[in-house]
Design a protein around this ligand. Structure first.
Ligand code: A2R
Length: 307
């Protein structure tokens, strides 16, 4: 049986299906010459030195849509096919984005603490919050998930703005300038890929343009936002609220951020439901098994589409 290197965890269902077709090796014990396939995830990816050390690698199957932790250009150059799991997580990540936005607007954490602590009975009702209806929402990265977020927001009657590198054929207002869009919106939702082209694209200038009544939602990658600038702005009132599922050096969450009441912090759970993770696991394995069968895959990353 061909040899598969497993990086990070896999579910029991994935293991059962993979064991029927591959000999599975863990990262601490394998023969580099023998490895032809890798299964990994968006966080761990494949380190450049590891990829370079595997002369017979043919395919990398990633569990997750983001593949910034794999050098896909180098893989394509070597004829190694990289796959990911687009689409099957669109709705879940969109739900997470909407959840974070609603929790910021309606102060769900503060009010939960108010009810739970007994303060309601002892001190009276909670202060008013802000309505999430009729807001202007800027989407940074209007791809598969960005569009799902827009669709899921419809009941709150938003005005949608978006910023991408190329204008799309959509009925929303396009901004080629991110600072200008941040200035014009109430909520900025980050849902681009990670990697060098989006590194700290949400910088101090963008954050300050979003402003004291603005809300920053990040369900993309921690690298997309200048975290230090965001913390400074949230601490000094230059930015209103932040709802974050991703962090620059996750799982580390800076103590200064943890202490801020105007934030909602989630431990990178955008796609983390039983149903969606099962679908992602199935596609991750389907890609590997199809490659074994006929050399093709279901969902190659764009860099490897022509291999
Ligand atoms: O820039 P375009 O026209 O290629 O549009 C893509 C946009 N995008 C960017 N926007 C601004 N500046 C950039 N440097 C930049 N790079 C890419 O992000 C496109 O509208 C969107 C990505 O959409 P999809 O490729 O369909 O990705 P999907 O499935 O929505 O997932 C997005 C990311 C993943 O890579 C994970 O990191 C995260 O969501 O969970």
């Amino acid at each position: 049986m061909p040899d598969l290197l497993q990086i990070g965890g896999i579910t029991d269902t994935m293991r059962e299906r993979l064991e029927a077709a591959f000999t599975i090796h863990q990262t601490n014990r394998y023969n580099a010459e023998e490895i032809t396939h890798i299964v990994t995830n968006g966080h761990d990816g494949v380190k450049p030195e590891l990829m370079a050390s595997l002369p017979n690698l043919k395919m990398i199957s990633g569990y997750g849509v983001g593949y910034d932790a794999v050098d896909a250009d180098e893989a394509a150059r070597r004829g190694i096919i990289v796959t990911h799991t687009p689409n099957v997580l669109n709705e879940e990540v969109a739900t997470t984005a909407v959840l974070l936005m609603l929790m910021c607007y309606r102060e769900a954490l503060r009010d939960d603490a108010h009810a739970r602590s007994g303060d309601w009975e002892a001190k009276g009702g909670a202060p008013l919050t802000r309505s999430a209806d009729n807001q202007t929402i800027g989407i940074l990265g209007l791809g598969r998930i960005g569009q799902a977020i827009v669709d899921k927001l419809a009941p709150w009657s938003p005005t949608i703005l978006y910023h991408t590198r190329t204008k799309k054929d959509v009925p929303y207002t396009y901004y080629d300038n991110l600072v200008a869009m941040a200035h014009d919106c109430d909520v900025l939702v980050c849902i681009t890929p990670g990697g060098p082209s989006t590194n700290k694209i949400v910088n101090a200038e963008v954050i300050e343009a979003l402003g004291p009544t603005g809300t920053l939602i990040n369900v993309a990658r921690g690298s997309v936002v200048d975290e230090a600038a965001m913390i400074e702005a949230l601490s000094t009132g230059k930015l209103g609220w932040a709802g974050l599922d991703v962090f620059e050096a996750e799982p580390h969450v800076p103590p200064a951020l943890r202490a801020l009441p105007n934030t909602v912090l989630l431990p990178h759970v955008g796609s983390a439901t039983v149903e969606t993770r099962a679908a992602m696991g199935a596609l991750t394995v389907d890609n590997l098994l199809q490659h074994l069968k006929d050399g093709t895959v279901i969902s190659a990353v764009p860099e490897c589409a022509d291999l």
